[in-house]
Design a protein around this ligand. Structure first.
Ligand code: ACM
Length: 637
């Protein structure tokens, strides 16, 4: 008996060691993943083999894999048509496998060989991404890693996406990002099996795409005054301040980006945001406005020019809208969409349509005349008139129209798809009208929001934690799922001044959204997701990519206590963390009081500080919060 127990103990330890070193941690979680015995060893003579390739795409996927692997391993792996030894084989199925569809794949990793099989090259590409995630973390290293055993646990994976639209929106207008940065964004999207890049190309702060027939859009509209601080609170630009901050993509740049995206199996959805958010266009071509004095307008540099009155509608301090009553606007849009349609092969064009401030329309004689002529009862109908005309223009270029959910107001254009952002109601309404819908609600998918406590995060007006983002479910109850094309997360860049911070805002929440749009609903599991996120953190460290460590920081809640002092409740988004705190202005560590229950703030305390540990090691950031802030959160005057 004793012998038996000892043996069992060693078997247990052995299995545990095996499990620890080899457990697959894939994001997004595959449909089916079975871990098998053994492992594949990637060697300097491993062949990357392609069995058939009619159009060159399989070869492209194989080359992508070879060049990815060669960088950190220092190997010189080559793509071959036949091999006999250790190999990674990419194969297109001879008979279409319905279950896998166009983007699914089967991946088998065994001792001596790896096979990825799919119906289409896209599936092979996603199989390759899963294979890469199975390799040791060092595969993400930017430089050659010496003497590493590049082992991959033996597995069988069957995988395919839940949705065909798996999007990320990148706002390149509020702050301009370079072509190289857009490509880096695409690289990372592809790793997590996103297939749709929505480029928000125009807004009040900049027009970012060359339109050859309208050169002032970029000679004037792409430039503003560089400001540093908190967007929307900047001082007004002075007349002599240089307008040299910004930039735009030439049409060659766009073609290059589109091609790069295609090589990563990503479509690009271009957004031209009209009739609101159009100050950059109006600064270039003031005749597009209904409002006298628009010829004095300039591209916004982050100074305040809009207010949200209590009723919730936008109120412009200046008129940033294209005039729906002005025929020149439709001529302008025809030119824009002609060139945009020719540049982007994707079937949809996004017309924005959100947050249109209509207070200038209320006063405009041209709008009043339009309403009489077209029998439009209110400004919703004026807006809808505009959207319907835009839909006709977009369709005349052979494209379909999609817009933010405000395009429902006053009546949806006949064929338009709706991107639901103000929660899910717009999406529900559009699906009930049998229109296509993409879900991207602020409540789950707005990656510009803070991801932790305002005491430590760069300030934004709302918060979206990782665990909330992980709850994203694109198909609302009671809605016919066939109208929901999928979902996407949106990264607005008002407060994002550089690419490092952009990465911080994207990750890890974009992992959560990726899993929500790829993985089967029943496979989503927060406790299983967190360690997989942490594995990605290790890989990001090696790749020198930034991410937000906000899940390690405390969640701080303050309420008014019995002595009119704040009572602070601390919790954490993930399990297993200890929180240590101070009220004496010094920096707490694990020798300070450990949080166990709500604490009343000492009467004269000025600052509370806290830090988290895991297994005795510091893991969170030092968080400092003024007692005045705690009082204000608790409603104490
Ligand atoms: C939006 O966030 N205004 C679509």
């Amino acid at each position: 008996m004793q012998r038996c127990t000892t043996l069992l103990f060693f078997v247990f330890v052995f299995c545990n060691v095996l499990a620890q070193s080899q457990k697959a941690a894939i994001i997004p979680e595959p449909v089916l993943l079975e871990q098998k015995e053994g492992e594949f060893l990637l060697k300097n003579n491993t062949a990357i083999e392609i069995a058939s390739d009619n159009n060159g795409s399989v070869n492209e996927v194989a080359n992508y894999l070879a060049s990815f692997l060669n960088k950190p391993t220092g190997y010189n792996l080559n793509v071959t048509k036949a091999s006999s030894g250790n190999s990674i084989k990419l194969m297109l199925n001879t008979a279409y496998n319905k279950e896998l569809g166009d983007e699914g794949y089967m991946l088998t990793v065994a001792t001596g060989n790896v096979t990825i099989a799919a119906n289409k090259p896209a599936g092979l590409f996603y199989g390759v991404q899963t294979f890469i995630q199975l390799l040791p973390n060092e595969i993400e290293s930017k430089t050659v890693v010496d003497k590493k055993e590049w082992t991959v646990p033996a597995v069988v994976v069957k995988d395919y996406p839940r949705f065909g639209w798996r999007g990320l929106m990148f706002d390149v207008s509020r702050h301009f990002f370079t072509k190289a940065e857009v490509k880096a964004f695409i690289d990372d999207m592809a790793k997590y099996k996103y297939n749709l890049l929505h480029l928000h190309l125009t807004d009040d702060q900049g027009w970012r795409i060359e339109i050859k027939s309208l050169p002032k859009l970029t000679s004037i509209g792409a430039w503003n005054v560089k400001k540093i601080g908190t967007f929307n609170y900047f001082s007004d630009p002075l007349p002599d301040e240089p307008r040299d901050y910004g930039g735009f993509f030439t049409q060659d740049d766009i073609r290059d980006i589109v091609q790069y995206a295609k090589e990563h199996f990503i479509n690009i959805l271009p957004e031209i945001d009209v009739p609101g958010h159009s100050l950059a266009a109006i600064a270039a071509y003031p005749e597009l406005s209904c409002t006298p004095g628009a010829d004095k307008y300039q591209v916004n540099s982050g100074e305040k020019f809009m207010v949200w009155p209590p009723k919730g509608h936008f109120y412009g301090l200046l008129d940033n809208t294209l005039c729906p009553a002005n025929p020149k606007v439709y001529e302008f849009l025809d030119k824009v969409f002609t060139e945009v349609a020719a540049l982007f092969p994707f079937e949809y064009i996004h017309m924005g349509g959100d947050e249109t401030a209509r207070n200038f329309w209320e006063k405009s004689p041209q709008i009043k005349a339009l309403m009489q002529r077209e029998k439009l009862k209110n400004l919703d109908e004026v807006q809808s008139y505009f959207v319907k005309k835009v839909e006709k223009i977009v369709e005349s270029k052979g494209k379909k129209l999609i817009g933010w959910d405000e395009i429902l107001q006053g009546g949806l254009a006949p064929n338009a798809a709706v991107m639901s952002w103000r929660g899910i109601d717009g999406g529900i309404a559009a699906a009930k009208l049998k229109h296509e819908v993409v879900m991207s609600p602020t409540t789950y998918a707005y990656l510009d929001y803070m991801q932790g406590d305002a005491a430590i995060e760069p300030p934004v007006y709302a918060t979206l934690r990782l665990n909330k983002a992980y709850g994203f479910e694109p198909v609302p109850e009671g809605v016919d799922a066939k109208y929901i094309k999928g979902g996407q997360a949106n990264l607005w860049t008002e407060q994002v001044y550089n690419f490092r911070h952009l990465q911080y805002m994207l990750w890890p929440r974009a992992f959560a959204i990726a899993e929500s749009v790829w993985s089967p609903k029943e496979k989503k599991n927060w406790n299983d997701f967190v360690p997989r996120v942490e594995r990605q953190f290790e890989r990001f460290d090696l790749a020198e990519k930034k991410y937000a460590p906000s899940i390690y920081d405390p969640i701080i809640t303050a309420t008014n206590g019995p002595n009119n002092l704040p009572v602070v409740e601390l919790s954490t988004e993930i399990e297993g963390l200890d929180i240590f705190y101070s009220f004496d202005n010094s920096f707490p560590d694990k020798f300070y009081p450990k949080y166990t229950a709500p604490i009343e703030v000492p009467k004269d305390a000025v600052t509370m500080r806290m830090i988290t540990y895991r297994d005795g090691k510091v893991i969170g950031r030092m968080v400092s919060i003024p007692v005045a802030t705690l009082k204000s959160r608790a409603g104490i005057k």
